[in-house]
Write a protein that binds this ligand. Structure first.
Ligand SMILES: CC(C)(COP(=O)(O)OP(=O)(O)OC[C@H]1O[C@@H](n2cnc3c(N)ncnc32)[C@H](O)[C@@H]1OP(=O)(O)O)[C@@H](O)C(=O)NCCC(=O)NCCS
Length: 228
């Protein structure tokens, strides 16, 4: 028995002249853990190759953020953070849209990139384990505090919001010989991811850098580690 993914997304898209979707951006806005406001979560973004570079994702991002402010309001709070993982191919796009990358600056000056894991979306309800093929992959993280200071607590709250969003199943959805044990396994997947994420923020000071700021520091001889 396999748990179908049922994580809701708000999808923004652009249609081409023939009605086909040529660019799409899947997002959601959820409460952060610890009463810290709302976090805008960007999940998937893609523009058809022939339309890349003409500004569709910039437009979709602007629309998504405007909606996110409204969604935060309807959650009874305010938007405090944008958080998303990104592939190497999307890195420069998100940088152009104002996102920065979190690093932990160690006492010896080395900067270690903070990666984020997109939690699995599909689970085996008989065991509570992620479905075969539903892996957890480390990806570069990009954030925006909209002009306010981004702290470790804020990132932990944002990642907690991501886990609450994706780990939505209730205990009565689990099956198998021992459904409550399956549910416990399911929950432990998310608590493990949250623990790992908090651990990544240890050992130094959190700094946010744009790609250009990182390049300037590297030019001055600062060491960076990307522990993918
Ligand atoms: C990444 C992707 C979604 C960007 O979509 P897009 O519609 O081409 O992006 P836009 O044209 O709106 O560009 C937005 C900004 O990023 C910049 N940009 C886009 N691609 C870039 C690149 N490869 N290098 C540098 N800057 C880039 C644009 O110049 C623009 O900035 P500007 O408005 O200040 O000039 C698209 O390239 C894509 O689908 N790539 C393959 C899938 C992928 O990697 N998805 C991202 C997962 S995180």
């Amino acid at each position: 028995m396999s748990g179908k993914p049922y994580v809701p997304y708000r999808v923004f898209y652009v249609r081409g002249r023939g009605g086909e979707i040529v660019a799409a951006y899947a997002t959601n806005t959820v409460r952060m853990r610890g009463n810290r406001g709302a976090v805008f979560l960007g999940a998937y973004a893609a523009t058809s190759r022939q339309y890349q570079g003409v500004g569709f994702m910039r437009e979709l991002y602007a629309s998504a953020l405007m909606q996110s402010v409204r969604d935060a309001c309807s959650l009874g709070t305010t938007l405090q953070l944008a958080l998303g993982e990104c592939t190497e191919a999307g890195r420069r796009t998100w940088a152009r849209l104002g996102r920065k990358e979190p690093y932990i600056r160690r006492p010896d000056g080395t900067h270690v990139a903070v990666y984020v894991v997109q939690p699995p979306l599909s689970f085996n309800l008989a065991t509570g384990l992620p479905s075969t093929g539903a892996t957890t992959v480390n990806e570069r993280m990009m954030v925006d505090g909209f002009g306010s200071k981004v702290t470790k607590d804020l990132l932990i709250g944002g990642f907690g919001g991501l886990c609450d969003w994706t780990g939505r199943r209730e205990s009565d959805e689990f099956a198998g010989d021992n459904p409550s044990a399956s549910y416990a396994v399911y929950r432990s997947c998310f608590s493990g991811l949250e623990r790992d994420f908090a651990t990544r923020l240890n050992g130094g000071t959190l700094v946010l850098l744009s790609i250009d700021e990182r390049a300037a520091l590297e030019f001055m001889g600062v060491t960076f580690r990307d522990p993918l």
